[in-house]
Design a protein around this ligand. Structure first.
Ligand SMILES: Cc1cc2nc3c(=O)[nH]c(=O)nc-3n(C[C@H](O)[C@H](O)[C@H](O)COP(=O)(O)OP(=O)(O)OC[C@H]3O[C@@H](n4cnc5c(N)ncnc54)[C@H](O)[C@@H]3O)c2cc1C
Length: 562
């Protein structure tokens, strides 16, 4: 026998290992905001979750949950309808971690100040493990304030929605140790305009209603409970619809098909039909939008958190890659043009995270009766939902390119990140709809503008340039208030400027000077409005000269530095 011949065609050189084994929560902007907003007591748990999110085993679970698409099983072997979705075990493992760490409805049962801030930080960290399973988690979190409009139903189900047990499977809800909830509003003829819903709800005579109709999007159809909008005799009403009825029979909710989506692949978004499905009203009959808006508002916060998470994850991966890959005799990040890109992405990440946690803090305090925080949230949340969610795919695309061709290849994780990042802007109010909601907030909650401007003004002491930004925004807000419907064409501009001014004010007060300086100069400076060469409307890496790029970049590299 001849000796085995070794086929060594080339050595693998200058390839950057996949980033794993790091603490996703080692994010200075996140940790300081967590402390400031009142959730510092959860820091240890957040690091624990961060280490788990960055672990190679979790990354493999995320991959498996996405390459093994959920499968719809409408019938069993003998032709009985079962309407179930089969998931890969990795999906259940991801959900188990999310629920046991209280990322779902747990903070509603936690009286500690900052409970919602702690949960927000955990969500921001764990979403970086895998974004798709965040959908039922967010909806379960968000349904509680709406469900409380029906105190009897809340008394029965809230303890199960807040329980730290994930129990998959379709059984009588009250017989389970923990529940998940979904939401079904969108119909074929309209998602933004839910008043056009055609699903009918007829009184059954015993306090329940029978729903007949369809929903065009119903994500996570294996949830135990759903908040559904339907037309009752009194008008559009919010209902609670269980998958399994109290007698153990399946409710008449039929899964027609699963959506074949751009991304969000692990999550089974379905089309459903109801044929006299049993449901109970939540809130006043005919006031369905007013009731379910409580759920929409909480999910919008999660859209901001989820997008901030995607922005941070993309930035850290890009920064890590650029710190290890070499070209033309130097490490990528030492090339000035690359350093400028990574620094710019870092600014975007720090601003998104800081604002997201500020809004979580406002939500926590508003829930405890703080009227000023409620007013701030009313205007700043839709503005941030519009802007931060829109920024995420831009960041993901730019970060992907920092990995060169490797970024375009599925193994890198970047294509999934890019696909998933486009979603938050669509649901819970697509771009225009959320931007228009800012105008609605201005007309219906006029004090919101004053609270917002006061918050922005509080950054002037740290950076006098904010004074001009606040004045300009003050003018825009006044114009919009006076113009009413005529201002609709400027809704996006206003929402963008609100968000940037608020982010600038937060960074001026709470971030290191190089970060705040560069953010204000690049996002609020005259360059943005006067030139097309720099600013938030153009690709990243176009900050004004004089920015302290190494100090900025450090905010994205410390988590992964070895
Ligand atoms: C993956 C995924 C999962 C989803 N899961 C759920 C779910 O679980 N439950 C659920 O109820 N829905 C769900 N949706 C639906 C989602 O909420 C809707 O798609 C969204 O609200 C938009 O509604 P639409 O698709 O009918 O678009 P349309 O309402 O037709 O809007 C189309 C476009 O027009 C714009 N537009 C609408 N009105 C105006 C206006 N007045 N002025 C200017 N522009 C306007 C919108 O911003 C949008 O860009 C999901 C969607 C996706 C993609």
């Amino acid at each position: 026998m001849t000796a085995a011949r070794r086929h060594v065609t080339h050595e693998v050189l200058n390839q950057v290992p996949l980033l794993s084994g790091y603490d996703v929560a080692a994010d200075p902007a996140l940790l300081s905001a967590l402390e400031r907003e009142g959730g510092g007591w959860a820091t240890d748990e957040i690091h624990e979750l961060g280490a788990r999110a960055g672990a190679a085993e979790t990354q493999e679970l995320a991959r498996l949950a996405n390459v093994n698409r959920p499968e719809l099983r409408t019938h069993d072997a003998r032709g009985h309808r079962i309407d179930e979705v089969e998931f890969h075990p990795s999906w259940h493992q991801l959900l188990t971690t999310a629920v046991t760490h209280g990322l779902h409805a747990a903070p509603w049962a936690d009286q500690r100040d900052g409970a919602h801030v702690a949960r927000a930080a955990k969500f921001l960290v764990w979403t970086q493990a895998e974004a798709g399973h965040g959908c039922p988690i967010s909806m379960t979190y968000a349904c509680v304030p709406a469900l409380r409009h029906a105190p009897d139903l809340a008394a029965t189900f809230e303890p199960l929605l807040t329980s730290a047990v994930y129990e998959p499977g379709l059984t009588i809800p009250t017989a389970k140790a923990g529940l998940l909830a979904g939401m079904a509003m969108t119909e074929k003829q309209g998602g933004s305009d839910v008043r056009a819903n055609t699903t009918r709800a007829e009184p059954a005579g015993d306090g329940s209603y029978l729903l007949t109709g369809h929903k065009w999007f119903c994500s996570a159809p294996m949830c135990d409970l759903f908040l559904v909008l339907a037309q009752a005799p009194e008008g559009l009403t919010c209902f609670l619809l269980p998958r399994v009825l109290p007698d153990g029979s399946r409710n008449a909710m039929y899964l027609q098909r699963l959506k074949d989506k751009l991304g969000n692949t692990s999550n089974a978004s379905s089309e459903v039909e109801y044929d006299q499905a049993v449901a109970w009203p939540v809130g006043e009959l005919g006031r369905g939008v007013a009731t379910i808006i409580n759920m929409v508002s909480a999910t919008r916060l999660d859209c901001v958190l989820g997008s901030a998470a995607a922005i941070r994850q993309a930035t850290v991966i890009a920064a890590n890659y650029a710190s290890l890959r070499r070209s033309f005799g130097a490490v990528l990040i030492d090339h000035a043009a690359m350093r400028a890109v990574i620094a710019d992405l870092t600014l975007e990440s720090e601003a998104a995270t800081t604002l997201a946690l500020r809004l979580a803090g406002a939500s926590d305090r508003a829930g405890r009766g703080d009227a000023a925080e409620a007013a701030l949230l009313r205007i700043a949340l839709p503005a941030a939902k519009y802007w931060v969610c829109k920024r995420a795919p831009f960041v993901a695309t730019e970060a992907l390119e920092c990995l060169g061709g490797n970024g375009y290849v599925e193994d890198s994780g970047m294509p999934r990140l890019l696909r998933d990042s486009a979603l938050n802007s669509i649901w819970e109010g697509s771009g225009n709809v959320t931007a228009l909601d800012v105008l609605r907030a201005l007309s219906r909650t006029p004090e919101a503008a004053d609270v917002l401007l006061a918050e922005i003004d509080s950054g002037v002491a740290a950076d006098s340039r904010l004074s001009a930004a606040a004045d300009s925004l003050r003018g825009l807000l006044k114009e919009a208030q006076a113009a009413g419907e005529r201002s609709h064409g400027h809704a996006r501009r206003l929402a963008g400027q609100i968000t940037l001014s608020l982010q600038a004010s937060l960074l001026a007060r709470f971030s290191p000077a190089p970060v705040a300086d560069a953010f204000v100069a690049s996002r609020l400076g005259s360059a943005w409005s006067a030139s097309i060469a720099s600013g938030p409307g153009v690709p990243f890496g176009t900050m004004p000269p004089g920015s302290d790029l190494p100090a900025i970049v450090e905010r994205s590299t410390t988590a992964t530095a070895r």
